[in-house]
Design a protein around this ligand. Structure first.
Ligand SMILES: C[S@@+](CC[C@H](N)C(=O)[O-])C[C@H]1O[C@@H](n2cnc3c(N)ncnc32)[C@H](O)[C@@H]1O
Length: 478
């Protein structure tokens, strides 16, 4: 198709792309137009042309969709945080269901029955915020904000409807402090300047981490005083990150004020350190864990949980399945430590073994079969003692006489390592995923040995195009 940047096209939006953008097809050539809705007739300006597709921006909506609504947030369209605020809640759910359905078909050739996602809240659902610092325009006023979509340009914010009031108060306190004390802001191009990010989590109390390009935070006492005045029980950390990359946190965090406190997390109280993973939408998290536990409620074997985080699901499973032993594997040390403390506080440590390891390494190391294969050649003599001395050491887990086991997978966005997926010795698998594409790619491998029993999407991230999915699999009858 002969299109150049600046061309104005007109067409009907025939579909949604994977980020919730509208797709217009001209002679079969797809043009992705953010903020256009399926069924709408729009005029759009071409902004970027590639061989197989182009991108555009809406110039005029000639026939609006009945599902078009007024976005709540004044920053919507500029800020890269949300994709779907202009779309009714019902259609958002349909889009997400289709995203899952299309990914399963396209990447795994699976025709699954996918219901509408479970949606439990629309706004103020996020318990965590990560905000880069920036200078506001040419002024030397320090601001905090979110990045524009696919860019590192910061849109300064005072408020975000995905977070409660606490986030606005936090932005106000931190920017006032930085401006009053003239603390410098990190510049990605020169790698100079101090303040990089604020990362905060609001549970019963607020934890704030200031990520800095250095080891010392000047005027820290003033910042702590201002935070204390607004947030009872606040805990403050700094994290040194002097690397010129996009990773937000440094390797470590250092507590500079307050103490780590147990927080109410659904059924339990637990400590969650700043670097530990915790699902951002607490209500939806609890619904997912509930479904995962229900899926195994009649299972009487043992459970291996990979990518187990701070152990909330582990604890729920251990309490609901009193006969099962659980081995929970997590790579991030602070999450592992949080999980160990949680199991101890709940008296579950005799049935739950927490192991700090890479999931693939752990599983491979326990499989006689895999240790012989080239794919995962692990020298057992070098294995971590915590694994080989574990009462759950599974040296023979792939042998026929070994007891029945279930596997829980909740990997990061990139999905599971292939060697994890090749382990075909589980009766059931519960796979929780935040990325339909990597989920589908992984299901393609798993479906050699397992049947997909059910697929349930959850709207963990309303107003954005992201969707969480729980898939239940059972071992194929040979
Ligand atoms: C999506 S989170 C899920 C955590 C937990 N299941 C929950 O719901 O809170 C993924 C977790 O996998 C951990 N992780 C990432 N790569 C890993 C690996 N190679 N081996 C083991 N754990 C890993 C991360 O640190 C994170 O805690």
């Amino acid at each position: 198709m002969d299109l150049i940047v600046g061309d104005i096209i007109q067409g009907t939006v025939s579909d949604f792309g994977s980020d919730g953008e509208g797709v217009i097809k001209l002679d079969g050539f797809p043009i992705f137009v953010p903020y256009a809705i399926e069924g709408e007739e729009v005029r759009a300006r071409i902004t970027f042309v590639k061989k197989a597709c182009a991108f555009g921006e809406v110039v005029e909506i000639l026939a609006p969709s009945p599902d078009r609504i007024k976005p709540l947030c004044p920053y919507f369209g500029r800020c890269g945080g949300c994709d779907l605020q202009h779309i009714s809640s019902h259609l958002q759910r349909e889009i997400k269901r289709d995203t899952v359905r299309v990914a399963l078909k396209k990447f795994a050739n699976l025709e699954a029955d996918v219901p509408l996602p479970v949606r439990l809240n629309d706004w103020e659902y996020r318990n965590k915020i990560s905000l880069p610092f920036a200078y506001n325009g040419r002024s030397k006023r320090v601001s905090l904000g979110f990045y524009e979509k696919r860019s590192h340009k910061v849109v300064p914010l005072k408020w975000c409807p995905l977070h409660g009031d606490w986030a606005s108060k936090l932005i106000e306190v931190v920017t006032t402090w930085a401006n009053a004390n003239e603390v410098s802001v990190y510049d990605e191009s020169t790698h100079k300047g101090l303040l990089r990010h604020i990362v905060a989590r609001m549970l019963d109390t607020l934890s704030v981490t200031v990520v800095i390009n250095g080891s010392r935070l000047p005027r820290a006492a003033e910042l702590i005083e201002s935070l204390k005045a607004k947030f009872d029980g606040v805990t403050v950390y700094i994290s040194e990150n002097t690397r010129p990359n996009n990773v937000i946190m440094g390797d470590d965090v250092k507590l500079i004020y307050g103490s780590e406190k147990k927080q109410n997390l659904g059924a339990f109280k637990a400590v969650v350190s700043p670097k530990s993973f915790l699902q951002v939408n607490s209500k939806v998290r609890d619904a997912i864990y509930d479904m995962a536990a229900n899926a195994l409620s009649d299972f009487d074997g043992d459970i291996i949980e990979l990518y187990s985080g701070v152990g909330l699901l582990t604890a729920q499973l251990a309490l609901r399945l009193p006969k099962s032993k659980i081995t929970a594997v997590e790579i991030e040390e602070s999450s592992h430590n949080n999980a160990v403390a949680l199991m101890q506080s709940l008296g579950l440590h005799d049935r739950v073994k927490n192991i700090c390891d890479d999931a693939a390494h752990f599983l491979c190391s326990l499989s006689k079969e895999n240790t012989r294969s080239k794919e995962c050649s692990i020298d057992k003599s070098k294995l971590d003692d915590s694994i080989t001395s574990s009462p759950y050491y599974l040296g023979g887990m792939f042998d026929d006489e070994f007891p029945k086991r279930a596997l829980i997978l909740d990997p990061p966005r990139r999905g599971c390592d292939e060697s994890v997926l090749r382990a075909a010795a589980f009766e059931r698998i519960v796979y929780i995923s935040c990325n339909p594409q990597s989920l589908a790619r992984d299901l393609k491998i798993l479906s050699d040995s397992y049947d997909v029993v059910s697929v349930t999407p959850f709207d963990m991230f309303p107003q954005t195009a992201n969707v969480e999915t729980l898939v239940l699999l059972s071992k194929k009858n040979q």
